[in-house]
Design a protein around this ligand. Sequence first.
Ligand code: 5GP
Length: 191
Amino acid sequence: MQQLIERIKRDGVVRPGGVLKVDSFLNHQIDPALSYDMAKEIRRLFADEKVDKILTIEASGIGMAVLTGLVFGCPVLFAKKSKTINLSDDIYSTTVYSFTHQVSKQVLVSKRYLNPGERVLIVDDFLANGAALEGLCDIVGQAGAEVVGAAVAIEKAFQPGGERLRGKGLRIEALARIASMSDDSIEFCED
Ligand code: 5GP
């Protein structure tokens, strides 16, 4: 998506350890107009799919997920990152290793909001090693619901998550794919 690529080129800041900061429009301050255009692009890419629910993970994915839900006309559910390991019977849970915080966290979704047979589109801001998407797929599977696919704003294609999860049969659409990045340049994939 050219508009997103241009914005990353203009405002993205590369940090050590392969981290891209996009705090001015996606991860801290949010540009609603760009997020709405991203949501419409996700709708276009998944036009062939019936989607009952959008699922994301707190916190950075929520903004774009809400607008995606608006465009699809369906509810938006976000997995919560638990601070304790107190588990009750009425939740689905899985463990996700956080790329940015470098810790494993339990993520939780209430059974009340994810039902067997529902067709779920997963939305997130970044795809790096794939742990977040994989955890969300696991939760959908526990519910007996179906993953239609995953839409991410930015895929860092130099990290292995995209290839690994596509290899497992997950449909992933990325609005911008970064081939490589360094302190002074960000190269995007040609496709
Ligand atoms: P993965 O689970 O695919 O390794 O990483 C995806 C998650 O880590 C996303 O939910 C996102 O919040 C965070 N993340 C991974 N890479 C980056 C990055 O370069 N920049 C930012 N801001 N977040 C990232």
